[in-house]
Design a protein around this ligand. Structure first.
Ligand SMILES: [Cu+2]
Length: 150
């Protein structure tokens, strides 16, 4: 039958392709794996050029301390578009963090005696609220105001 022959033909063609693919794949693997005395070429990682002052000078560093249950500063004022690196120092006995409400800005949790940092820039002037997201710490007093001025 013609139909059967065609299908057999297609079948063996697929088989040939599979076998060829297998060998091509093996061949490729062989050329890639070093055979002992081939030293892999290691491209040296370029040392990033550090221009003194550049990138550092326009980051404003702010440090705020937290304990049970208050921040050392209840009002932080920054400028719109200003790059801020905020460090939270936890002087308390519980974990605390620093979150700016609705702004997707938050540090990770700082355990007792630890500090954590977050870098952020707020591009819209306004009054924002920061707080600790642990338990009811916000309600207990770990809350403050972030003023972003023009
Ligand atoms: Cu807390």
């Amino acid at each position: 039958m013609q139909g059967k022959g065609l299908w057999l033909g297609v079948g063996s063609l697929v088989a040939v392709l599979l076998v060829a693919g297998y060998f091509l794949g093996v061949g490729r693997e062989k050329t890639q794996s070093p055979t002992g005395n081939i030293t892999p070429i290691v491209t040296p990682t370029p040392t990033p050029e550090v221009i003194p002052g550049e990138g550092e000078e326009d980051v404003r560093e702010i440090t705020i301390e937290a304990d049970e249950f208050s921040y050392s500063t209840e009002e932080i004022s920054v400028k719109k578009g200003e790059k801020i690196k905020l460090t939270l120092v936890n002087n308390g006995n519980m974990p605390h963090d620093f979150v700016v409400e609705d702004m997707n800005v938050s540090t990770s949790l700082a355990g007792p005696g630890k500090s954590v940092s977050v870098e952020f820039t707020i591009n819209e002037a306004g009054t924002y609220t920061f707080y600790c997201s642990v338990g009811n710490h916000r309600g207990l007093g770990l809350e403050g105001t972030l003023e972003v001025t023009e």
